[in-house]
Design a protein around this ligand. Structure first.
Ligand code: KG4
Ligand code: ZN
Length: 355
């Protein structure tokens, strides 16, 4: 059975066809990187406009590449939230129209649950119950997933999401947008213990995250130095090349800045690993699932591998870690099995929660 997934919650227009919850038959992602890059972050109005432009060709391509006809679809799954309302509405309206016109069942999917299913889709070996960490530009959430994939929220960020912290630090240092991948690229060249950042001390739920402190510490670090020469050099680099190579970044980034980058990444990763250790012990979890854009981070993957966890840690491949529609289609399969279809009154919900 095949489901067409449609995802448009932020700055990626995506469509994918997934078969039997396990096989990605096609996955198309149109990134708006070039549109938002020069503004240093996602501009919601521009994002909706780009989704409108991309949605028809992206869905067409996903169907064509997979050799799927609309009448072959068991359902169309669409992200109902959370995300940018104007962006969500494009995918939602398109999916409803398709379903209405061709008499196909519609299934609304929570974007965060989609990120968790990106892991289940690729790793048949995942045992439940699991602890799931969803870390992206919009979310930093810890969940307990029981044997029936019912979720309990165990912790979340009280301010910035982890990816947002990477992007803000990247912006402060002139690495362009998104900063996460550049910081990941440069961190191995610095000393992760050179700058001693303090770990967030959380009152109340100590499993919650806070990244505003470390972001401010990086700001103070930049204010205490004259970075004008290196910032100007990076600006010139970005003006000539929107995706510089590691060597090009290294040529305009002194050791002291590389040390800062490495220390920042090390601290953020430690914040995540510490909480995962506590939760795995508390809940006797069989697996750890890490997903979302920040799950692409090579430092995090390595640290998790070496982390001494009593159970396996599963990550999606990088293409399924960042926003995509295969994860949305995959998350719809259990709902299809339960015949949990959505009506055409399904609403896009910017603040939709999971659990
Ligand atoms: O999941 P995603 O594509 O979109 C959201 O739902 O937010 O995640 C995008 C986020 C951005 O903040 C980006 O900087 C971050 O994921 N990211 C990374 C890496 N690749 C993407 N952060 C750290 N290291 C990376 N390699
Ligand atoms: Zn996401």
């Amino acid at each position: 059975m095949r489901i067409l997934g449609i995802e448009s919650s932020c700055d990626e227009t995506a469509a994918a066809v997934v078969e039997d919850a396990r096989t990605v038959v096609s996955s198309v992602v149109a990134s708006q990187f070039d549109v938002h890059g020069k503004y240093g972050g996602v501009v919601p109005e521009l994002a909706s406009r780009e989704h409108l432009r991309a949605i028809v060709p992206v869905v067409d391509e996903a169907l064509l590449k997979s050799g799927t006809r609309l009448e072959d679809l068991a359902a169309v799954a669409v992200t109902e939230g959370p995300g940018l309302l104007g962006s969500l509405l494009v995918g939602m309206t398109f999916a409803k129209s398709l379903c209405m016109a061709h008499d196909i069942p519609l299934i609304g999917v929570n974007h965060i649950e989609g990120h968790i299913h990106a892991v289940l889709l690729e790793h048949a070996a995942v045992q439940l119950p699991a602890i799931a960490l969803v870390v992206s530009g919009g979310h930093t959430h810890l969940f307990h997933a029981d044997a029936n994939l019912q979720y309990k929220l165990l912790g979340k960020t009280r301010d910035d999401a982890a990816g947002e912290a990477f992007d803000k630090v990247g912006k402060l240092l002139g690495f362009g947008y998104p900063g996460g991948p550049v910081i990941d690229m440069l961190a191995p060249y610095g000393n992760p213990r050179a700058v001693k950042f303090t770990f967030a001390k959380m009152k109340g739920n100590t499993l919650d995250f806070s990244f505003s402190g470390i972001k401010t510490a990086v700001l103070r670090w930049t204010e205490a130095r004259d970075l004008s020469v290196q910032l100007a050099a990076r600006k010139v680099l970005l003006a000539t090349n929107s995706r510089p190579s590691t060597e090009q970044w290294l040529a305009v980034t002194p050791k002291e800045t590389l040390d800062l980058v490495a220390s920042f990444q090390f601290t953020v990763i430690e914040e995540m690993l510490r909480r995962l250790h506590i939760l795995v012990d508390q809940h006797d979890a069989q697996s750890i699932i890490v997903s979302g854009g920040v799950a692409c981070n090579t430092g995090l993957r390595e640290a998790a591998r070496r982390g001494g966890f009593p159970c396996p840690v599963y990550f999606p491949t990088p293409g399924l870690s960042t926003d995509n529609a295969a994860m949305i289609a995959a998350a719809a399969f259990p709902k299809l099995a339960r015949r949990e279809f959505s009506g055409f009154d399904l609403k896009a919900k910017a603040n939709l929660t999971l659990a």
